[in-house]
Design a protein around this ligand. Structure first.
Ligand SMILES: [Zn+2]
Length: 278
């Protein structure tokens, strides 16, 4: 896949399952179950579609999935496969962790940055990508270290604290360009410091939406997650972002969509954003 001169690869870190009600907030099950039928425990399958951007000079990875430090209990609850699927996927492309120059995390929840760190053979935590800068919003870093009862289950320190010690952490304060053709925009909504990633090369455009719009089933404005900390803020911004994605013909990356990791968008007859099949 290409965006201008950028070579793009979607690398799956496997799938996991979350409660369907949690994924759709106020939307009743009779509506969401048509799009994503739940299992007997009311859980739906979610993808973790990390994106590799090769600019020609540098290799950037957007998100790192769940990683491979999970306990058996955790794997059972969330139905997670064993092994580091992300590193296996990179190897298939002829790359190793050392070849990654930059890692962009939309936010620090465990299903987005678990693969940033690993446990070495002697039981010490270390960063997985030794030559990469890890781009995280300053606000997100603060909130990950100052949790409350609502957020503490999502932020697991072993996924991000070792980055600070290894001096690979690059805290970004607000929306910024981080490389020619790669910029981040703070959206808030899901978390206060959540960011999305805009790509542009030779007139072609793409956007990685993270948990701002996690799947193609979340395109309707009110279809937001119970996990969103600031849902009204998210809905208010979503309208404008969707307009931009449709009008400016962005390729959109859907991190959690188990079936459609990327698509373009168009307006349907009711002027709702809908997926262009390809
Ligand atoms: Zn997520």
């Amino acid at each position: 896949m290409k965006i201008g001169r950028f070579e793009i690869s979607i690398i799956s870190d496997g799938t996991f399952k979350l409660d369907g009600g949690g994924m759709y907030g106020i939307v009743p099950r009779v509506l969401w179950e048509k799009k994503t039928p739940p299992d007997i425990q009311n859980r739906i399958t979610l993808g973790m579609n990390c994106v590799l951007v090769r600019t020609g000079k540098k290799n950037f990875l957007i998100e790192t999935g769940l990683g491979d430090k999970l306990s058996d209990k955790f794997r059972k609850i969330y139905e997670v496969q064993k092994g580091n699927q992300l590193l296996i996927g990179l190897a298939r492309l002829g790359l190793s962790a050392k070849d990654i120059d930059g890692v962009i995390a939309t936010h620090l929840h465990f299903d987005h940055c678990g693969g940033c760190t690993e446990m070495s053979a002697d039981g010490r935590l270390r960063s997985v990508f030794p030559n990469a800068k890890y781009f995280v919003q300053k606000q997100e870093w603060h909130d990950a270290l100052h949790t409350n009862k609502l957020t503490e289950g999502s932020y697991l320190e072993e996924n991000f604290l070792p980055l600070e010690k290894s001096r690979l952490l690059e805290l970004i304060d607000g929306s910024k360009k981080i490389e020619e053709g790669i910029s981040v925009q703070v959206t808030g909504g899901h978390t206060k410091g959540h960011q999305i990633v805009w790509l542009e090369s030779a007139g072609e455009k793409a956007c990685f939406l993270g948990d701002f719009i996690p799947t193609t089933s979340h395109l309707r404005l009110a279809w937001v997650m119970a996990y969103d900390e600031y849902p009204i803020e998210l809905v208010n911004l979503k309208k404008g972002i969707l307009e931009k994605l449709v009008e400016e013909k962005h390729l959109c990356f859907w991190y959690h969509d188990p079936q459609i990791p990327a698509s373009y968008l168009k307006w349907d007859e009711k002027k709702n954003a809908s997926v262009v099949q390809w």
